[in-house]
Design a protein around this ligand. Structure first.
Ligand code: SF4
Length: 462
């Protein structure tokens, strides 16, 4: 088999690709309206995650910490959660949803956040805040298993399972976007609107591309409401775009409420966007309008100008969130490129059953490695010591030093991307995303050829 799925064999991580589970849970919580999460752990578990998300989205938003100190680490810190909830509710009278997100420390010392939530529901809330709607949701995200991706998946499931309540059918579609940018949400909403589909877009962060208004600074928040979450049990179907970022919630809704469900594929590139539209049609019965056929045609026209002439046989390395990496790899293959190395930053045992990976293993006709539980050294070592030659790197900003040190052009994509302007605004999903991505890759290759004084390119009249 030319395409191998393997695990990092070396002990220890050198320059991790991902951060930990609580980060994913925090990213989910910012997508909910009237919600501020409390991260139960040391302050750093919030401070650096919040910084990362802020650097990426260039917006300000709020997340709290129970701020566990030495005494709590030794004797238990459930009292810190009780105090944190009380302070939060006093200070923010509009807050209705408070996820309690555990961390490695508080999971190791065995703090019972489910028990704290029961205690607060029976004591503090009815006694001090009678009549106020408050939902406390324990979310277990120890950092010694999984990654920020599994943390996202768990948190989506826990929010949905907390609220989903069967009443009357609402005729809406649940769309679980996964870990995307505001620009992706805009692009997805555009496709839904063109198909005249009424959808609940879950953990919706479009407004994290916020305006600066004359009346002052804007604190960003998500747009998914409590009513949206309750209504997920009454939808006509669920479409989860990503297998590893929302798949658990989609399975929960299917198992618990018998809701027709489709998981994936991530709509990156033409063929996956085609499948996405077909899946929308399957779940809603709505036809695909001519306007989207035309949009598709424009994207294919743009790609045709680039594919064979510039992309063919270009060797690419891709790293980041697994659904994104696999979607980008499929897109690169469609563009006649050679994704030589895919780096998936955690050890999810389900990768070997992923049909997209199996399809690549069945069809790829050049040596390709897919490395689970990977770090950046897996890539650097191959370039530095094992003769891997690359034309392009696709990934988030944390891997930029490999690009800089080895002179390999790079397109920033994924999370976090903080060293290029405005990337959160541009979609990578849908036909618009396919066009934007391909043109970014092409322009990056063109700029590189100029810097390296490639004669054929300098004389080109394309
Ligand atoms: S690894 Fe543990 S201590 Fe560090 S940020 Fe994650 S949860 Fe907090």
């Amino acid at each position: 088999m030319l395409c191998e799925l393997k695990e990092r064999e070396r002990a220890g991580i050198i320059n991790p690709i991902f951060t930990c589970q609580p980060c994913g849970a925090q990213f989910v919580s910012i997508g909910v309206k009237d919600c501020i999460g409390i991260v139960h752990g040391g302050q750093g578990c919030v401070m650096f995650v919040r910084l990362l998300i802020s650097q990426h989205l260039k917006e300000s938003f709020e997340i709290a910490s129970s701020s566990v100190h030495e005494s709590g680490a030794v004797f238990g810190a459930c009292g810190r959660v009780e105090e944190a909830v009380d302070v939060l509710l006093m200070r923010y009278p509009d807050v209705k949803v408070v996820p309690i997100i555990s961390t490695c420390l508080t999971e190791v010392i065995g703090d019972d956040i489910d028990g704290v939530v029961r205690k607060l529901n029976e004591g503090l809330l009815p006694e001090k805040y009678p009549g106020r709607e408050v939902h406390l949701i324990p979310i277990h995200t120890p950092s010694f298993v999984g990654s920020m991706v599994t943390g996202y998946d768990i948190a989506v499931r826990d929010f949905v399972s907390h609220f989903a309540t069967k009443t009357e059918p609402n005729g809406k579609l649940n769309l679980i976007t996964g870990w995307v940018n505001p620009g992706d949400v805009t692009a997805l909403k555009h496709l839904l609107a063109e198909m005249d589909i009424d959808a609940t877009v879950l953990f919706e962060i479009e407004s994290f591309d916020s305006p600066l208004m004359p009346d002052g600074n804007h604190v960003s928040h998500g747009n998914t409401t409590i009513e949206d979450l309750i209504g997920t049990a009454n939808a006509l179907g669920t479409l989860a775009l990503n297998r590893y970022e929302g798949g658990k919630a989609a399975e929960y809704l299917a198992n618990e409420f018998d809701i027709p469900t489709i998981i994936g594929p991530t709509p990156i590139g033409i063929r996956n966007t085609d499948t996405f539209l077909h899946n929308l049609r399957t779940l809603t019965g709505k036809p695909i309008p001519h306007a989207l056929v035309r949009e598709r045609g424009l994207a294919i026209d743009a790609l045709t100008d680039l594919t064979h002439m510039f992309f063919a046989d270009k060797r690419v390395a891709i790293y980041g969130n697994p659904d994104l990496v696999i979607g980008l790899a499929q897109f690169c293959l469609d563009l006649e490129m050679k994704p030589m190395v895919l780096l998936l930053g955690d050890d999810n045992p389900n990768y070997k059953n992923d049909p997209r990976i199996k399809e690549m293993q069945d069809n790829v006709d050049f040596p390709m490695e897919i490395i689970a539980n990977a770090d950046f050294w897996e890539l650097e070592d191959r370039i530095k010591n094992r003769g891997l030659e690359l034309d392009l790197i696709l990934g988030h900003s944390k891997g930029r030093f490999i690009s800089i040190d080895y002179g390999i052009p790079m397109v920033r994509v994924g999370f976090p991307t903080y060293d290029r302007a405005g990337l959160y605004r541009h979609p990578v999903v849908g036909y618009a995303g396919a066009t934007w991505l391909a043109e970014q890759m092409a322009n990056t290759l063109f700029t590189d050829m100029e810097h390296k004084k490639v004669r054929e390119w300098s004389l080109n009249v394309w």
